[in-house]
Design a protein. Structure first.
Length: 115
């Protein structure tokens, strides 16, 4: 089992920055893939970014490309999402996910961007 706990969400103004963190515990040695998804009110959950833990390759969704960056500190078993130039349309619950010996999700952290 892997446990994921997100933190760092909050209420910010458009143009501000936030950094989300996702602390992984448990069978972290099995994790080969981690990512972020988000879900806005009334919308389906959507992909934001992912990273492979081996070579560090990343992919970021087009709506946030150039503004968001994903990274991971393997020593701390922590995943990050740096979000810059936030927009009201970025308002959502952000979820951390990990794939290893199973697929795991965190409980989510709320990000609200006011205009």
């Amino acid at each position: 089992q892997v446990q994921l706990v997100e933190s760092g969400g909050g209420l910010v103004q458009a143009g501000d920055s936030l950094r989300l963190s996702c602390a992984a515990s448990g069978r972290t040695f099995s994790i080969y893939f981690m990512g972020w998804f988000r879900q806005a009110p009334g919308k389906e959950r959507e992909f934001v970014a992912h990273i492979t833990t081996g070579d560090g390759a990343t992919r970021v969704a087009d709506p946030v490309k150039g503004r968001f960056a994903i990274s991971r500190d393997n020593a701390k078993n922590t995943l990050y999402l740096q979000m810059n130039n936030l927009k009201p349309e970025d308002t959502a619950v952000y979820y951390c996910t990990a794939s290893g010996d199973g697929d795991y999700w965190g409980q989510g952290t709320q990000v609200t961007v006011s205009s």
